[in-house]
Write a protein that binds this ligand. Structure first.
Ligand SMILES: [Zn+2]
Length: 463
């Protein structure tokens, strides 16, 4: 954001002190060589040296008050003075730095004493006597001084855009420069605690002039760059026809009730979107772009040589996505979601979905759902053990004559015995002979796992 855009925004914000507006304005006035306003702004900031120069809005009239020994502060009766004289003794040119009056504006009343010379003259005029005269002003009068300066600044900055191109002060940036600016913003992103977040920057411009810019998490952790820009910063602006430069394809799905960024971009009638890179998430990739195209928005890409820059910037995030199991992409974790014990839910490096239990200052993962690879490994192990035991049971039944006896030299039985030997070596004989109760558990586990794996266990329980 250029300084003048910033000033245009701030000047309308009653919470920004006029003195800080003046400091920005002074820089701009110098830049565009606006000598007349530079002198005015500087005088407002530092105070007026000469009474002659003090603008009328700094000339305010109060009520004369006097303090004597008997009555304390009293209004001075001025009926016996000419209006001219009253004006002279009750008005004041406030020449000091404007910041000095910001405090006064907050008071109900402010009493200003006269200079020593004026005080003597006044006492003389009043017919002498031991008293202290002063002028009483109201805080509202000081507020009016501040308002006058603010209004003058409003007039000045709103004319700036017309003046500046001639003075080369509003920069009209090329598409390339705006792409680079968006990347600069993306660099400012900081990952939210406990996860690697993508770094995303967004710039909105009209005819090469930046209207606003933002990055992910700039105002609130986790807030998307486009949301921060379009709602957080430019919620009250008309953005129709503007061009958005975003380092990442706008999102199309958010947890309800959040509105996806692609929808927001379309709602604001943005005319064109330059996209840095497509989303790595299968559920979003390409859809953000299509959503914008369907809304009649023109799409363009960042220059090809900037892609590797974006990839490098997001290397950690890309790595974490590559490592992410299919389950994690399909079953993303809501940042606010908590597990059965009330702690944060997330994924381990291994790809297990876990609840991060915090206990005695330590955090450990309680598995909610294993990653697919681990499930497969467990499934295979149990399947081998069950197969082995089924064979053992079959041989026992054979010996007891419960099933027809088979010649052990038959090729398929020789193969089975070889395989059984391999399984004994792999798991150890002691791990293969289960009492009945555990056998039941194994069957239960195996049928649960085959359900997870999508195959039917029941069909193979025929022995
Ligand atoms: Zn988004």
């Amino acid at each position: 954001m250029t300084l003048s855009t910033e000033l245009k925004r701030d000047v309308l914000d009653e919470n920004v002190p006029v003195s800080s507006l003046l400091r920005k304005a002074l820089v701009i006035a110098k830049e565009i060589r606006d000598a007349k306003n530079e002198r005015w702004i500087s005088a407002e900031l530092k105070g007026y040296a000469d009474d002659e120069e003090v603008p009328d809005y700094r000339d305010i009239t109060g009520r004369v008050i006097v303090r004597d020994h008997y009555t304390g502060w009293q209004y001075l009766y001025t009926q016996n003075l000419t209006p001219d004289k009253v004006k002279i003794i009750s008005s004041f040119h406030f020449r000091a730095a404007l910041s000095e009056y910001e405090g006064n504006a907050k008071q109900e009343f402010v009493a200003i004493t006269y200079s020593e010379r004026a005080e003597r003259k006044l006492i003389e005029l009043m017919g002498g006597g031991p008293m202290i005269p002063a002028i009483q002003f109201t805080g509202v009068q000081f507020q009016r001084i501040l308002d006058s300066v603010r209004n003058k600044l409003v007039d000045w900055v709103s004319d700036l855009s017309d003046v500046q191109p001639a003075n080369q002060s509003i920069e009209r940036l090329s598409d390339r420069a705006l792409m680079e600016r968006a990347i600069e913003l993306a660099k400012k992103c900081v990952s939210e605690p406990g996860k690697v977040s993508p770094k995303v920057g967004a710039v909105l411009a009209r005819n090469g002039v930046i209207i606003g810019e933002a990055y992910r998490g700039e105002l609130m952790p986790g807030d998307h760059a486009e949301f921060t820009l379009l709602e957080g910063k430019l919620g009250g602006e008309i953005l129709t026809g503007a061009t958005l430069f975003t380092t990442l394809e706008p999102c199309t799905t958010r947890n309800d009730p959040k509105i996806p960024c692609a929808v927001r971009v379309a709602e604001r009638h943005i005319a064109k979107v330059f996209i840095g890179s497509l989303d790595r998430n299968d559920d979003i990739r390409g859809r953000g772009e299509f959503h914008l195209i369907d809304a009649g928005i023109q799409i363009d890409r960042f220059d090809p040589d900037l892609m590797p820059v974006l990839e490098e910037l997001n290397r950690e995030f890309i790595r974490s996505i590559r490592q992410r199991s299919r389950a994690e992409t399909k079953d993303p974790v809501d940042p606010e979601a908590v597990g059965p014990n009330g702690f944060k839910i997330g994924y381990t490096e291994n790809g297990d979905k876990v609840e991060w239990i915090e206990e005695d200052g330590e955090t450990w993962p309680m598995i909610l759902r294993r990653n697919d690879a681990d499930i497969l490994e467990m499934y295979n192990e149990l399947w081998e053990k069950v197969w082995y035991i089924r064979k053992i049971i079959r041989f026992e039944k054979m010996q007891r004559g419960e099933v027809p006896y088979e010649d052990q030299n038959q090729p398929h039985l020789i193969k089975a015995l070889e395989r059984m030997k391999q399984i004994e070596d792999k798991y150890g004989l002691e791990n293969l002979v289960w009492p009945d109760v555990e056998w039941g558990i194994v069957q239960g586990k195996l049928s649960a796992l085959s359900w997870v794996m999508g195959s039917e266990w029941e069909g193979s329980l025929d022995t």
